[in-house]
Design a protein around this ligand. Structure first.
Ligand SMILES: [Fe+2]
Ligand SMILES: [Fe+2]
Length: 218
């Protein structure tokens, strides 16, 4: 069953990223510096600001192609995902970093740009491909967030109340994953299976790059 298979693939990818990505290694070893956290939160904010934009595009393209069910799903999803950048903005402020309405472009890293471009290109090709993209983002968050936040608290003295951009997502995305899996189940068929899987892998690669690129910027 594709849902079980994709869940397992995401669990494997997450384990690999958590074990090898500089951001997670840094959190574990306690050697992230303040700049890394600032860059990370700005990149999250920039990413979250684009989620409703991409969902609106996915909704438009799905509608233009006559896929009513997918159109409705994306319309609902926009309501669920709107305004989440505010959490990252609040975190920046509460941690005494400069907090602007839009993340400064000079700290937005190549992995983030690649991920956002991937979203746009996938939606243009087929709005169904945005489902494995979201599934990866949300399930990855649910899986990786608890240890990451515990390490930030233990090794960097940053409690989860200062990382609401992740803490809130960790909770909400548990339900979102369940919804994504249902949609994945009905959009998948023999002819789009390879493309859906490729979309999942490409998303994992870009997320890995985005997170790793947050570390070590001066
Ligand atoms: Fe969100
Ligand atoms: Fe979500």
């Amino acid at each position: 069953m594709i849902t079980q298979e994709f869940k397992k693939l995401i669990e494997e990818k997450t384990e690999h990223i958590v074990n090898n990505n500089p951001l997670f290694i840094g959190a574990r070893k306690g050697n992230l510096d303040k700049k890394d956290i600032e860059v990370y939160l700005n990149n999250l904010m920039f990413f979250f600001q684009h989620t409703p934009v991409h969902l609106a595009k996915a909704q438009r393209v799905a509608k233009a192609r006559g896929n009513e069910r997918l159109t409705e799903f994306y319309a609902e999803k926009i309501r669920e995902e709107d305004g989440h950048d505010q959490w990252a903005k609040n975190d920046l402020k509460n941690l005494n970093f400069e907090s602007r309405d839009t993340a400064p472009l000079e700290v937005i890293n190549a992995g983030n740009m690649k991920l956002l471009a991937l979203a746009k290109n996938m939606i243009d090709k087929d709005p169904s491909l945005f489902i494995p993209y979201m599934l990866f983002m949300e399930y990855f968050t649910v899986l990786a967030a608890p240890d990451f936040m515990a390490n930030l608290e233990k090794n960097h003295a940053i409690p989860r109340k200062f990382i609401t951009a992740i803490a809130y997502h960790e909770e909400l995305d548990k339900d979102h994953v369940v919804e994504d899996l249902k949609v994945l189940d009905w959009i998948s068929n023999e002819s789009n299976y390879d493309e859906l899987k490729e979309a999942l892998f490409q998303t994992a690669e870009c997320v890995d790059a985005l997170l790793g690129d947050c570390v070590g910027l001066q």
